[in-house]
Write a protein that binds this ligand. Structure first.
Ligand SMILES: Nc1ncnc2c1ncn2[C@@H]1O[C@H](COP(=O)(O)OP(=O)(O)OP(=O)(O)O)[C@@H](O)[C@H]1O
Ligand SMILES: [Mg+2]
Length: 251
């Protein structure tokens, strides 16, 4: 059995305001294994982004526990520790790429290493290796605006992986990309996962995207209501069937 890199136990989140109380996550428990690509699917408002935000220490849970490599993360939900926790443990990939527009491709990818205090020479070497892996070596002096959406997302993937974080979190990473570019980006992600043994969680609305994962968790009203282990065939049909069943709950 592979290593458990992440363990989530009875995680709940209630957003509270003066006028409202929204239960966004309700006793969610699951684990993520080393080298696993886990997809989170669910209807809009089912708590997917809330979950990723908590796992990435961008938000605090109301109750429940998260363990990273066996160690509870409860001390890391508050600043300034949260920033350090993110820097050392989490790679983020966003739908809108979130690259720094005034920096070149190589500067964007190298930034997390510079922030960690690595020497310039080592940063250059690691960035070159990473950009070769994602097929962007030729573009290293370009700025984000000079690249296509798919190329920008490759830069973002490189930036998320460059520090070798134990977990990578991606919320709708192909949401702004067309069908072919989506396939291309998912192949890059799967390839990187295999070569670098990365543990990745992707949130997606798209059953096609979920077929690239090893396992799918289905969310509804803040709960995990179903699960699917991807096999060698028929994944799209099986995922679609389960997803449709969840959408029917509300009707
Ligand atoms: N900061 C917040 N304050 C109050 N309620 C919030 C906040 N963020 C999210 N919510 C609520 O929590 C629930 C879960 O939201 P979340 O963004 O996690 O859903 P999601 O599954 O990511 O949806 P989508 O697929 O539309 O992105 C929703 O009912 C949402 O309105
Ligand atoms: Mg969301």
């Amino acid at each position: 059995m592979a290593n458990k890199v992440l363990e989530v136990r009875n995680l709940s989140k209630v957003y509270k305001g003066t006028e409202f109380k929204v239960p966004a996550l309700d006793r969610v428990s699951f684990e993520l294994y080393t080298g696993e690509l886990l997809a989170i699917m669910g209807t809009s408002g089912s708590g997917k982004s809330t979950l990723l935000n908590i796992l990435g220490a961008l938000d605090e849970p109301s109750s429940g526990k998260v363990f990273l490599n066996g160690k509870e993360t409860k001390d890391f939900f508050e600043e300034p520790k949260a920033t350090l926790y993110r820097r050392d443990n989490i790679g983020f990939i966003f739908q809108s790429f979130n690259l720094l527009k005034d920096l070149t491709v190589e500067e964007n990818v190298g930034l997390p290493l510079i922030l960690k205090g690595l020497a310039k020479k080592e940063v250059e070497q690691r960035v070159d290796e990473m950009l070769s892996l994602v097929g962007l070596a030729k573009w290293k002096s370009h700025r984000p605006i000079q690249l296509s959406g798919g190329q920008q997302q490759r830069v973002a993937i490189s930036r998320a992986l460059i520090t070798s974080p134990p977990i990578v979190l991606a919320d709708e990473l192909t949401g702004n990309l067309d069908f072919n570019t989506t396939k291309d980006i998912l192949n890059v992600l799967v390839n990187m996962k295999k070569r670098l043994d990365k543990s990745i969680i992707i949130v997606t609305h798209d059953p096609n995207v979920a077929t690239y994962s090893d396992r799918v968790l289905f969310f509804h009203n803040g709960k995990i209501v179903d699960e699917y282990e991807c096999q060698s065939k028929n994944n799209l049909q099986n995922i679609l069937k389960k997803f449709q069943k969840i959408m029917e709950i509300d009707q």
